[in-house]
Write a protein that binds this ligand. Structure first.
Ligand code: NAP
Length: 468
C-alpha cells in the first residue's frame, strides 16, 4: 500500500489506498482511448469549454473543502491552499476562454492553398508532484482537454485524496467518461503505459530522477515528452534595490509553500559587502520570527514539510552543508513538536566546494551569498545544473532586464520572485527540463500541427525546381 494520506503536521496515518490492478489499468486506458477516438476529439470547442468551465466552477463552489484537503495531505498553510484552489480554477477558465484563438487555422501566405491546423494527438499521461496538488493538474488538464486530448494522471503517492478530488471535477453529465482519469499506479505501471501505443505523450513534473526515468522510456518509444523538473533559483539583489520591499519579496519567494516550490528563491545573492550584512540581518530576523504550528490555523506562519522522508532529507542536506564549512545563521534543526517540521534556516559561507552549492534544497532554507559585483552575481546564479527561474532586484529597470537576460533560465523576473499566472509560460532549461506549460506555449506541446495544402484540380505535378 503506497498511496497514503499521512498528515505531516502530526505524522498520523489518515487513510490508505490500494494501487490500481493491472486489469483496472487496462480498462482505464481503454476508456481514455475510446473516449478520445469516438467522442472528445470530435466535440466542438464550445462543448469542450463547457466541460472545463464547469470543472472550474465546481472547484470554486467547493473551494474550502479542496483547500482543507491540501493542508491535510501535504501541510500547506491554509491561506496558501485557498490561493492554489483559486489559481487552479483560473487556469481551467483561461484555457476554456482561449482555445478558440489557439486552435485557429494558420494560413501560409507564401504558399497559396496551404494552411496548418492544430489537432489533438490522443491520450496524454501526466506524472505529477505533491507540492501544488491541484495547480499542477490544472496546468495539464486545462490545455490538454481543450485541445481535444484525453488525460490519465498518476499523482504523487502522498496526495491521493487531492488527486481523487480533482478527478471528481470531471464526473458530470456533460463530461464523457474517460476524458480525465486518476490512477494510483506504480512506477512500473507508468512505464508500461508509456510503452502502450494508445498513449501518445507524457508529461512529468518532479525530480530529475523521475524525469530521466520517464523521458528515457518515452524516448525509446519515440514519444513526445515535457519535463518540468527541479530548480535552485537565484534572487540577485543589486546595489540600488530598496531594502524593505526586497526583503519582503525574498522571504515570500523562499517561504511560499514552506519553501517547497520548484521556483522558490533558494539562493539569495547580494551585491556589495556592506549591504550583505544588512540583508542577512533582515532575513535572519524574518526567518527567526516564523512560528511553527497547525497549518490549518490561519495564525501559523511555518508549516511542516510534506513527509518524514522530506524532513530527514533536508536535515541531512543541512548537516552536509555544515560539514563542508557552511554556517547556520538561524534555524538548522528539527522543530521540537510532532509532525515533520524543519526550522526556518539561513545558511552562509557556502563555498564552491560545498556539495550543496549545486544542490536543490526543497524546504525552508535560504542559501545566502554576498558578492562584489554584478558579474560575480551572474556567474554564481548560473553555477548550478538547474535553469528554471530567477529574479533580480534593482531600481534601474533597464539594468534589471539586462541582468535577467543573462540568467540561464526559462523564466526571469525583475523586482519580483519567480511566479506563475495562466498567461505566463512556465518551464526551464538545463536540468530543469524542457517544454513549457501554461500560456499559449503550454497549449502547443501535445498537438499535431498539421499541414494541409490544396492545389487546383488538374494541377500538373510539381517541377523539380519547385519541389527542390
Ligand atoms: P518526485 O519524487 O520526482 O515525484 C514526482 C512524481 O513522479 C510523483 O508522482 C512520483 O510518484 C513520480 N515518480 C517518481 N519516480 C518515478 C519513476 N521512476 N517513474 C514514474 N514516476 C515516478 O518529486 P518530488 O521530490 O516528490 O517533488 C519535488 C521535485 O519536483 C523537486 O525537484 C521540484 O523542484 C520539482 N518540481 C518541479 C516543478 C516544475 O514545474 N518545474 C514544479 C513542482 C515541483 P510517487 O509519489 O509514487 O513516488
Amino acid at each position: 500500500m503506497t498511496y497514503q494520506t499521512i498528515n505531516p503536521a502530526t505524522g498520523n496515518l489518515v487513510k490508505s489506498f490500494e494501487t490500481i490492478s493491472d486489469s483496472a489499468l487496462e480498462q482505464a486506458l481503454g476508456l481514455a482511448h475510446s473516449c478520445y477516438e469516438t467522442d472528445w476529439r470530435l466535440r466542438t470547442i464550445a462543448d469542450r469549454a463547457d466541460v472545463v468551465r464547469n470543472a472550474a466552477a465546481k472547484l470554486r463552489e467547493n473551494a474550502e473543502e479542496f483547500a482543507q484537503l491540501v493542508t491535510l495531505e501535504m501541510g500547506k498553510l491554509i491561506e496558501q491552499a485557498r490561493g492554489e484552489v483559486a489559481l487552479s480554477a483560473n487556469i481551467l477558465d483561461y484555457y476554456a476562454a482561449r482555445a478558440d484563438e489557439y486552435l485557429k487555422r494558420q494560413e501560409i501566405p507564401e504558399a497559396s492553398g496551404a494552411y496548418v491546423e492544430t489537432r489533438p494527438i490522443g491520450v496524454i499521461l501526466a506524472v505529477e508532484p505533491w507540492n501544488f496538488p491541484y495547480y499542477q493538474l490544472a496546468r495539464v488538464a486545462g490545455p490538454q482537454l481543450m485541445v481535444g486530448n484525453t488525460v490519465i494522471v498518476k499523482h504523487a503517492s502522498n496526495v491521493p485524496q487531492c488527486a481523487a478530488a480533482f478527478a471528481s471535477l470531471f464526473d458530470s453529465d456533460d463530461a464523457p467518461k474517460g476524458i480525465y482519469t486518476n490512477i494510483y499506479a506504480t512506477a512500473e505501471q507508468v512505464g508500461r503505459l508509456i510503452d502502450d501505443q494508445r498513449v501518445r505523450g507524457v508529461t512529468v513534473t518532479g525530480s530529475e530522477r523521475a524525469g530521466a526515468a520517464v523521458a528515457e522510456r518515452a524516448g525509446r518509444n519515440l514519444k513526445k515528452s515535457v519535463m518540468e523538473l527541479g530548480g535552485s533559483d537565484p534572487l540577485i539583489i543589486l546595489e540600488d534595490a530598496p531594502v524593505e520591499p526586497t526583503l519582503e519579496n525574498a522571504i515570500w519567494g523562499r517561504m511560499n509553500n514552506t519553501g517547497q516550490s520548484c521556483v522558490a528563491s533558494k539562493r539569495v545573492i547580494v551585491v556589495g559587502r556592506e549591504r550583505g550584512g544588512l540583508f542577512l540581518d533582515g532575513l535572519v530576523a524574518r526567518m527567526g520570527a516564523l512560528r511553527a504550528g497547525d497549518p490549518s490555523n490561519a495564525e501559523t506562519t511555518l508549516g511542516p514539510v510534506s513527509s518524514e522522508s522530506a524532513m530527514h532529507g533536508l536535515l541531512s542536506q543541512i548537516d552536509l552543508a555544515r560539514k563542508h564549512g557552511a554556517q547556520v545563521a538561524v534555524g538548522g534543526g528539527r522543530v521540537d513538536r510532532p509532525g515533520f517540521f524543519v526550522e526556518a534556516t539561513v545558511l552562509t559561507h557556502i563555498e564552491k566546494t560545498n556539495p550543496i552549492y549545486v544542490q536543490e534544497l526543497f524546504g525552508p532554507v535560504i542559501s545566502f551569498y554576498v558578492v562584489e559585483s554584478e558579474a560575480e552575481a551572474i556567474e554564481l546564479a548560473n553555477a548550478t545544473p538547474f535553469g528554471l527561474g530567477g529574479s533580480v532586484f534593482t531600481a534601474d529597470l533597464e539594468r534589471g532586464q539586462r541582468v535577467a537576460d543573462k540568467i540561464e533560465s526559462g523564466m526571469a523576473f525583475v523586482n519580483h520572485p519567480t511566479w506563475t499566472r495562466p498567461e505566463l509560460p512556465f518551464g526551464g532549461v538545463k536540468n530543469s527540463g524542457y517544454g513549457r506549460e501554461l500560456s499559449e506555449l503550454g497549449f502547443g506541446e501535445f498537438v499535431n500541427k498539421k499541414l494541409i495544402a490544396v492545389s487546383p484540380v488538374g494541377s500538373p505535378p510539381p517541377g523539380v525546381s519547385e519541389a527542390g
